[in-house]
Design a protein around this ligand. Structure first.
Ligand code: ZN
Ligand code: ZN
Length: 280
């Protein structure tokens, strides 16, 4: 059965103030260039060159967009005399210059149109609109949610670093994620540590964090208090695995010592507070 509604409703409409969806024209890939869509590449308040090849206008993004839409809907065209009057050429108005310069490539909706949420257009990429049209195998399609492809990382450090840099890129796209994540074998170097140091330090702490002094946050399956052992001078920085460099602390303090903006201050506090510690 044909689902008539799915295409009957897809009619290009001109943007009007207050609309929450807009139709974006998309130009086919050309030599050396991928798909290019009329997205706010100079910002929403920036100006855009659009109109006829021979008679270009300049307007703010949404005004330019609605002019391109109107010209397309009305199939607006005009005959211009080109080549210094040598010949006449019929030109269509639904065009834009893809860049700020007069000689930037002149593009039109040769690939199609994609209807998207207005509040997303700043986060969209030309290629995403192109892919949406390829998938729909139509010249018009609507996309509700643009997703974000997985950025796979093999280590916790890489994960934190990449996530930091991705925050802005993602905008309000929704990550695809992974249903079944793959495993990898890493050949990370690890220190061979002394369990006696851990046992001793945990014994001295006796269930309270040696950093903030609070009681351990929870009791383990075996009935003992949960605390983590941390090396004040990190092993990776040449610190020793001894009781004069190890402390038993709560997970919050531990994280703060590794990632906190004031971790250096915290280390100084520890040297004052815990007598057995020796600066290394
Ligand atoms: Zn603590
Ligand atoms: Zn640690």
């Amino acid at each position: 059965m044909l689902n008539l509604f799915s295409w009957v409703t897809l009619v290009i409409e001109k943007y009007q103030v207050g609309d929450s969806y807009v139709w974006i024209p998309v130009a086919k890939e050309t030599k050396g260039n991928g798909v290019r869509a009329f997205l706010p590449f100079n910002g929403l308040d920036g100006t855009y060159l659009h109109g006829y090849k021979a008679r270009i206008s300049e307007s703010k993004y949404l005004d330019a967009l609605s002019d391109i839409q109107r010209a397309y809907i009305e199939n607006e065209n005009e005959v211009f005399s080109v080549n210094k009057g040598a010949k006449d050429e019929r030109q269509y108005k639904a065009k834009w210059r893809h860049g700020r310069e007069q000689n930037a490539p002149l593009l039109g909706p040769t690939k199609g149109w994609v209807k998207v949420k207005l509040n997303r257009i700043q986060y969209l990429k030309d290629s995403e609109l192109g892919m949406a049209l390829d998938k729909s195998s139509d010249r018009y399609c609507q996309v509700e949610d643009f997703t974000f492809k997985p950025v796979l990382c093999n280590s916790a450090e890489e994960l934190i670093e990449k996530a930091e840099n991705l925050k802005e890129k993602i905008g309000d796209r929704i990550p695809d994620g992974q249903r079944v994540p793959n495993k990898c074998t890493t050949s990370q170097e690890a220190f061979i540590r002394d369990a006696a140091v851990v046992a001793y330090v945990l014994g001295v702490a006796n269930g309270s964090c040696e950093c903030c002094g609070e009681k351990s946050p929870f009791i383990k399956f075996n009935g003992e208090s949960y605390l983590e052992v941390h090396h004040v001078r990190h092993l990776a920085k040449g610190g020793s695995d001894t009781i004069s460099n190890a402390i038993a602390i709560c997970p919050n303090c531990h994280r703060e010592l590794h990632f906190g903006i004031d971790s250096n201050l915290l280390v100084e506090k520890l040297y004052l507070k815990v007598d057995r510690l020796i600066r290394e």
